[in-house]
Design a protein around this ligand. Structure first.
Ligand SMILES: Nc1ncnc2c1ncn2[C@@H]1O[C@H](COP(=O)(O)OP(=O)(O)OP(=O)(O)O)[C@@H](O)[C@H]1O
Ligand SMILES: [Mg+2]
Length: 256
């Protein structure tokens, strides 16, 4: 595998729901370490693209490679487990009675200890592993800026704080690639900068991101490259400064 092999390579991905052609043959390469933004009008196929990539939906046509490996047709759990390829869902799930650190350790154990037997193992190696998970959990609490609520049960955190915690749980698995579908939706404006800073920091630490976002100002400031979807196809792609000036993009947003 050469260094130029994309982390994610999509070719000819197509998906219809009845008469609706949600994706019409999308080709997309996501490079290692990049922070790719996806924008597009409502119903342009952005979420469907993620659904097909993660195995939540089966595409009608197309192939997908992860780090050069063909993962076309893999079910969702296999993509997530073997591919270290994670997606944060719209719905926020936290362990309500646990503190943020406890809930991250629990999330980490799910990745680190695939079977129940090993979770209860008293081998020194597993104790060392738990200590390592705790250290990582503490680091991630700092990274997402939740130190001030570290002793509170997760169920008592605000919606935005729960999303930050969920983002940190994603990072517990040390993923190569994270797909985020509208990470800022419903977030209190006070917390938007915190979410953006957390994504940026994780990207600096080496995680590749694809982020769907309707907040154009934010995504233009965050992403290194933007892909514009319109009616299930890529309309335009390039640096944020080029995209904002593209007449085609302006028309897709303003036109009927
Ligand atoms: N599970 C589904 N069943 C039937 N139709 C669907 C399904 N998911 C998406 N669609 C349709 O496919 C098209 C693309 O939808 P999609 O959710 O991918 O758009 P989107 O770009 O994510 O839009 P938004 O910005 O509103 O989130 C729409 O016409 C939508 O109604
Ligand atoms: Mg969507």
């Amino acid at each position: 595998m050469s260094t130029s092999t994309p982390v994610l390579g999509i070719r000819g991905m197509a998906k219809s729901y009845g008469a609706v052609q949600a994706l019409r043959g999308v080709d997309l390469d996501v490079k290692a370490g990049e922070l790719l933004g996806i924008i597009g009008p409502n119903g342009s196929g952005k979420s469907t693209l993620f659904d097909c990539c993660t195995g939540l939906q089966t595409p009608d046509a197309g192939t997908m490679h992860l780090d050069g490996r063909d993962i076309t047709g893999w079910p969702m759990h296999r993509v997530a487990r073997e591919g270290r390829f994670l997606r944060s869902f719209q719905k926020t799930v936290v362990f309500e009675t646990m503190t943020p650190v406890e809930s991250l350790i629990t999330a980490g154990q799910m990745f680190a200890f695939p079977t129940l037997a090993s979770t209860f193992s008293i081998l020194p190696s597993s104790r060392r592993r738990t200590a390592a998970l705790k250290a990582r959990a503490e680091e991630l609490i700092d990274l997402v800026g939740l130190s001030v609520v570290r002793e509170q049960p997760a169920g008592k955190l605000s919606f935005g704080q729960q999303k930050l915690l969920q983002f940190a749980s994603c990072l517990m698995a040390e993923p190569r690639l994270i797909l985020l579908d509208e990470p800022l939706a419903g977030i209190n404006p006070m917390l938007i900068e915190r979410v953006v800073a957390s994504i940026r920091r994780a990207n600096e630490l080496g995680v590749t991101f694809v982020v769907i976002e309707h907040n154009i100002d934010v995504i233009m400031g965050l992403a290194s490259r933007i892909v514009v979807l319109d009616q299930g196809a890529i309309l335009e792609q390039g640096a944020p400064a080029t995209i904002v000036k593209s007449p085609k993009v302006v028309e897709a947003y303003l036109g009927g």
